[in-house]
Structures are given as C-alpha cells and as structure tokens.
Write a protein that binds this ligand. Structure first.
Ligand code: SF4
Ligand code: ZN
Ligand code: ZN
Length: 289
C-alpha cells in the first residue's frame, strides 16, 4: 500500500499516507481548526491529563503557538486516584517540561477537601462535572479566552449515540468543536482541536513523535459505557466524520435547550438551580468523610 502523495509505504489506510505525509496532514488539520475557529492571539488553558489526547494536543499546540500567537498555560487536576494520578502527573510534568511550558497543578484534596475516590457512586459521572467546574472557574478567574480539551472524533460519536440511545435530543445541541465564552455568565468557551481526528490517528501520531502517555486506564473506567460502545460498534473514519458533520448540520433544526442560568448562592458560578451541582456534590461528599 503506497502513500497517496508519494511512493513511500503508507502507514495508515484512511487517509492513505506515509509517515512524513501523515505527520504533515495531522498538524495541518489542527492548524486549519485554529484558523477556521479564529483561535489567534488568544490565551488558552490546556487541560492535560496525561492521556494520549491531551498529550498530543498539548504538543501540537506548542508547535503552532508562534504562528497563531497563542499564550498557553497547562493545567493538571490531581484527582487522588491511587497510582493512576501519580502516573498521570508524572507524564503531564514530563511533557510540559519537554516543551518548556508552565504546568499548574490543582490538588483536589487540598483545595476542595475530597478526592474522586471519596465519590462512592458512579465516580465517572461526577468526575467529568467536577473537572469541568474547576477548569471553568480557574480559566474565568485568570482571564483565559478558551479552555482546550482533548476530545476526539470517537468521543464525539459516542456522545451523539449515547444521547440518542437515551432520547436526550436536546443534549445533542451540546455537540460541536467549540463553545463561546460568555463573560457575563462566567462561562469560558471550550475548544476541541482533535474534534475531527480519530483515536487511531492520535495514537499513531503519539507513537511517531515518541510522546509519553498514560498506558494504564483509570480503575474506575473498567466498566464504562464508552469503553463498551467503542469496542462493540465499529465505524470507519469516513462514517465517523459523516456522523458528526450530519449532527452539526442538523443542530439548527434541533430544539434549543431551555435553561435559565442564574448564579449559585454558594460559589457564584452559573447554575440552573439555587446551588450548583458542584457545590451540592461537594457538600454531600464532605458530609460522608
Ligand atoms: Fe474520572 Fe472516570 Fe476518567 Fe477515572 S475514568 S479519570 S474517574 S472520568
Ligand atoms: Zn508520502
Ligand atoms: Zn456553586
């Protein structure tokens, strides 16, 4: 199998590219993302977890920083998951040191008084919400334009199907590569530069660039629905892209989420009820310790 641009051996079937052309294609795709969504002269907070996606996005953004005049800070949340957190932190530190960037470490136990291990029921569903809350708060308080997430095409396809399986049609409005910052609502926008790249492409790029990433999965993820979905349902790269393009196109016909945002009476951050989910969860966890 030959590369579609030159005569060298292709290392990937779709797109059919050799090593050099693949690296060029991968980085160009992220550059195009930044151009398309006008991520120029911006201050970005990159959430680095030590997983392949966040490591790859951290690395590529550091290469594109000058071209797009980006101010970047990396942010790691110490969740307190034995072994997993230590290994992840070691990788996040190693990667940011190698690209010469500051890494801010947010210790959940020290700052909030609990760890993810103190969440006894469905830790993953709370972990996501807790991380989103902390990232948004830190980014807002430190004047960042966007939070950068490592979500990839496979994650997005799972999100779409999971919501369809559960008839959460309005949630589909939340799909997309970017959300805008709304300062008066204390909401910092989020961008997902790997949105149009598959897990296979990301893993390959990490391998070619020798980027370290956490190999062992978080112990809480063993039975996750997402893992099962990715194992059971196989789509080609083109099918995955068509699924997200179709949803992005369909979004304008989908019902809007009717939520009225107010500010949490405890922390002052946006919520739909009097007290936000983070504050309610924190209070509940602390009462069990
Ligand atoms: Fe958090 Fe679950 Fe991911 Fe572990 S698997 S880091 S608990 S979301
Ligand atoms: Zn080639
Ligand atoms: Zn709150």
């Amino acid at each position: 199998m030959r590369c579609q641009h030159c005569k060298k051996q292709a290392i990937l079937k779709s797109p059919r590219l050799c090593e050099d052309h693949f690296v060029e294609y991968f980085e160009r795709k992220i550059g195009k993302f930044l151009e398309k969504y006008k991520i120029k002269n911006k201050k970005l907070l990159v959430a680095i977890s030590g997983g392949k996606d966040s490591v790859v996005v951290s690395y590529v953004l550091s290469k594109l920083k000058e071209k797009f005049n980006l101010q970047i800070e990396y942010f790691f949340i110490r969740l307190g998951i034995p072994t997993f957190t230590e290994k992840s932190e070691e990788i996040a530190t190693r990667v940011t040191e190698s690209i010469n960037y500051p890494l801010t470490i947010y210790d959940l136990k020290k700052e909030e008084g609990f760890t993810i291990m103190d969440v006894k029921y469905k830790p993953c569903s709370y972990c996501g919400m807790i991380r989103r809350y902390i990232l948004n708060k830190y980014a807002f308080e430190n004047d960042f334009d966007y939070v950068v997430l490592g979500h990839n095409l496979d994650d997005e396809v799972f999100f779409i199907f999971n919501n369809m399986f559960n008839k959460n049609i309005t949630q589909l409005q939340r799909t997309g590569p970017l959300t805008q910052t709304i300062k008066e609502k204390k909401l910092v926008g989020r961008i997902k530069p790997l949105y149009f790249l598959t897990e296979e492409e990301i893993l390959l790029y990490a391998k070619l660039k020798n980027l370290p990433h956490i190999g062992c999965a978080c112990p809480n993820s063993l039975e996750s629905t997402q893992k099962k979905f990715k194992k059971d349902i196989k789509f080609s790269r083109d099918q995955k892209l068509n699924i997200v393009y179709s949803i992005l196109e369909m979004k304008k016909y989908l019902p809007e989420e009717k939520v009225e945002l107010k500010f949490c009476e405890k922390c002052g951050y946006p919520t739909t009820s009097d007290t936000c989910k983070f504050c309610r969860t924190k209070e509940k966890i602390l009462s069990t310790l």
